[in-house]
Design a protein around this ligand. Structure first.
Ligand code: GLC
Ligand code: CA
Length: 485
């Protein structure tokens, strides 16, 4: 597999389109708004952005329920706006990666509407349907929606019917198809067509949503690995500077499947949650009642992280990258229950670890998690991490000049903001900026630099590791506690 040169130093910025910048004052962020803010992204030292979905959608899961994969949703602009965003980003040397919702569509997607019909047609097997309605094969199947005699399998919410890429192991031959079935192959061909569409418009890669969900009943991921490897081969051949990033949180498997980067996040392996979000929390995907390693009381333990991390790192070194993001649109912001000082330590860790760092928009200024917002567009407790970027002290924090009531989500009054932090040398923003700069100044600290952990005693406080690469060497000491260690 090819190596992608620009990934050796890349630091990503994750932008939630509806909440970044509103260019036409209708209360919601848009692609032109992002284009207008590219200088900020560049100036921070980021090299690439990942945009959450901007496709046409009824927004029952904030755009992860797509009706038209080939089209920008009107609320975000047009396909031409996307082309312009890419062109302007490329002029600045920034890459643009977009979200690929590979596993499902919206119920309102035309393919699904056709798939619901009793008469056989091109889309009959585009989704996974049981052979009859009423028999509860498993809890993922939903009946009563379609005219055809069957229940559809959901992939996430009920409104996200699973696309049919087949089953690795078939236990109900009446309705489960193998991946090589022509109808399953047709689904995959369509996915490739979607990818090529956006690549041709300027995209530099994809963050693949629920990457492990494509093929069903594949406990060892054999077919899923084959599935993505074929796409990686296409990338190596035709799009060798473009990248595949997985939402999988199992790097050794995802990198084997051909992804260039896999996130360690709140699902699958518990290591990420143990670092930052191990405290008991209602509705968390991973429920722990422990203590995060990154907490000032120093009652967590690095072992919980290292046990997974070292194994995954050894398995992927030189082949692909692990990403430890500051956060994303699915989890409470990293600032939740943390002081600025604690955040600085977290960022020092993230920016001195191997792999490809991702910063979720607003985390660089320590934007807060809104813990009590009503659910918006299927966000539920995730809604509080999706509020508009706080650019200034001005109206609506400089995000939009619409009436406050029209805002996609509220902004924090008198909250942290970019304008003030840019001017303050000791701000979180400037700390982040200098950490990125430091990272880029040395091969040892780069994405490929090696790591060795030197202190696993005393639960890892302080955490000490050595980074090496080129002729450089860094010794990093991380003390998340408020005591001398
Ligand atoms: C991923 C997305 C999440 C979405 C889900 C279903 O986990 O990050 O926001 O709800 O997939 O598409
Ligand atoms: Ca707008």
């Amino acid at each position: 597999m090819n190596k992608v040169k620009w990934l050796e130093n890349a630091v990503f910025y994750n932008i939630y389109p509806q909440s970044f910048y509103d260019s036409n004052d209708d209360g919601i962020g848009d692609l032109n708004g992002i284009t207008q803010k590219l200088s900020y992204v560049k100036d921070m030292g980021f090299d690439a952005i990942w945009l959450n979905p901007f496709y046409e959608s009824p927004f029952r899961d904030a755009g992860y329920d797509v009706t038209d994969f080939y089209k920008v949703a009107p609320r975000y602009g047009t396909n031409e706006d996307f082309v312009r965003l890419c062109t302007e980003a490329h002029k600045k040397g920034l890459k643009v990666c977009i979200d690929l919702v590979a596993g499902h569509t919206s119920l309102e997607c035309e393919w699904f509407q056709k798939s619901c019909l009793p008469e056989p047609n091109e889309y009959t097997n585009r989704y996974i349907w049981t052979d009859r309605a009423g028999k509860d094969y498993n809890h993922s199947c939903i009946g009563g929606y379609a005219q055809r005699n069957g229940m559809y399998m959901k992939n996430y919410y009920y409104c996200q019917p699973a696309l049919n890429y087949g089953f690795a192991n078939i236990d109900e031959p009446e309705w489960q198809l193998p991946p090589e079935h022509p109808d399953c192959r047709a689904t995959k061909n369509e996915l490739i067509k979607i990818m090529e569409h956006w690549l041709s418009l300027g995209a530099d890669g994809f963050r693949v949503d629920m990457a492990a969900s494509v093929i069903k009943n594949d406990p060892e991921y054999k077919e899923i690995i084959k599935f993505w490897r074929e796409i990686r081969e296409l990338f190596d051949e035709k799009y060798s500077e473009c990248v595949l990033i997985s939402e999988w949180s199992h790097p050794s498997v995802a990198i084997k499947a051909g992804f260039h980067i896999d996130f360690l996040i709140h699902m699958n392996l518990p290591s990420y949650t143990m670092l930052f979000r191990a405290e008991k929390r209602e509705n968390a995907v991973q429920q722990f009642e422990g203590n995060s390693f990154f907490n000032k009381n120093g009652n967590g333990s690095i072992e919980n992280f290292l046990a997974d991390y070292l194994r995954e790192y050894d398995a992927t070194k030189g082949k692909g990258y692990i990403s430890i993001p500051t956060g994303n649109h699915d989890i409470p912001r990293i600032s939740y229950n943390r002081t600025k000082k604690e955040l600085e330590v977290v960022y020092a860790f993230i920016m001195t670890m191997p792999g490809v760092p991702f910063v979720y928009y607003g985390d660089e200024i320590g934007m807060k998690y809104f813990s009590d917002l009503p659910s918006k567009e299927g966000g539920f407790t995730r809604t509080g991490s999706r509020t508009p970027m706080q650019w200034s002290k001005g109206k609506n924090a400089g995000f939009s000049s619409c009436d406050a009531a029209e805002l996609y989500l509220p902004v924090e009054e008198h909250g942290v903001n970019v304008e003030e932090q840019i001017k303050d040398a000791s701000s979180l923003l400037n700390t982040m900026k200098s950490l990125i700069k430091l990272r880029k100044s040395s091969e040892a600290l780069s994405n490929d630099g090696e790591i060795e952990f030197l202190n696993r005693k005393y639960n890892g406080y302080p955490l000490i590791y050595k980074r090496t690469g080129g002729d450089g060497e860094y010794l990093v000491c991380i003390n998340p506690t408020d005591k001398k260690q």
